[in-house]
Ligand binder design. Structure first.
Ligand code: SAM
Length: 278
């Protein structure tokens, strides 16, 4: 007797592509994404600016705005479920659907991942295409190579809710910092009480005078990015917007693992051996 679950045969009508629009409007759209936007029967998107609506209308006028699914005071998970249902209903009705998301469609974005899982299980063609997320802009604007020192990143509330440890010799990025600690999933604006708790939590690893960066990539090509340095202690008084990502630079240099170098047989004259002991 087999225990494998049956695989649904692929359906011919109805499909979903979840794609990223990039962060800076227009200039970060991939050729593939533009082609898929133009070819879709219907494009679901979030009208976070009227520039975006106008831009997409030129490519494909069959737009459905998901922004009205966000109701004031309603938990975001309920809004996400309603969006998901609307997108799935369009695909199961036989339409070739594009879900156009801000940045990369798969970063801090549960609904597109879930839509793809559900539709694949039902036998529909469903795929995600990479886009330029806020992290990609951040590395370019701030001149950070995430592989040089290492880079940890968390959604700020997840960082508070779960037991995480921090490597202070690497960068730490906290996404959605403005709403850190919002367990109600209803807040849109920053709450300095919660930011204070975040700062206290971070002080397990960093001193209060550690310099941190508030980063915002430009939404439009004519704007400049924001890179504001403040001390960790003053974070509760800083302006934290929905698009702010918190960048915490390393506190100290990374230290050599001498035991590992021995195990790997790294010779005594190798540059790695010249690194001073911390
Ligand atoms: C729900 S997540 C969406 C991320 C998006 N999918 C992406 O790929 O960038 C929202 C968070 O992304 C980050 N973010 C979005 N836009 C940004 C921008 N213009 N500059 C810096 N960070 C941004 C912020 O941390 C913000 O709170």
């Amino acid at each position: 007797m087999t225990t494998e679950s049956p695989v649904s045969p692929e359906r011919t009508a109805g499909s979903l592509r979840c794609l990223g629009l990039g962060i800076t409007l227009g200039s970060q759209l991939t050729i593939l994404a533009r082609e898929q936007l133009a070819a879709a029967d219907v494009v679901f998107f979030h009208s976070n600016s009227h520039y975006l609506t106008g831009f997409l209308q030129q490519i494909n006028p069959n737009l459905v705005d998901l922004q009205p699914f966000y109701q004031p005071g309603q938990p975001r998970c309920d809004s996400y479920q309603a969006m998901l249902d609307a997108v799935i209903a369009a695909v199961t009705a036989g339409k070739n659907v594009v879900w156009a998301c801000y940045g990369h469609p798969g970063i801090a974005s549960w609904p597109p991942h879930q839509a793809i899982r559900q539709l694949k299980a039902l036998g529909y063609r469903a795929k995600m295409e990479a886009g330029i997320g806020a992290d990609a802009c951040l590395y370019a604007d701030l001149g950070i190579d995430p592989m040089a020192e290492g880079c940890q990143q968390f959604e700020a509330s997840q960082f508070l809710f779960y037991q995480h440890t921090v490597d202070v010799s690497a960068y730490l990025l906290l996404w959605q910092v403005a709403i850190a600690g919002d367990f109600s999933l209803t807040k849109l604006a920053s709450d300095s009480h919660f930011i204070d708790i975040l700062v206290q939590h971070l002080q397990q690893w960093y001193p209060p005078d550690h310099q941190v960066i508030l980063y915002e990539a430009a939404d439009l090509p004519i704007w400049q990015y924001r890179s504001e340095t403040v001390t960790l202690a003053t974070l509760p008084q800083a302006t934290l917007n929905q698009i702010t990502t918190l960048v915490i630079p390393p506190l100290r240099p990374k230290s050599i693992n001498h035991k590992m170098l021995d195990q790997l047989g790294v010779p005594a004259d190798h540059p790695l051996r010249q690194t001073r002991l911390p």
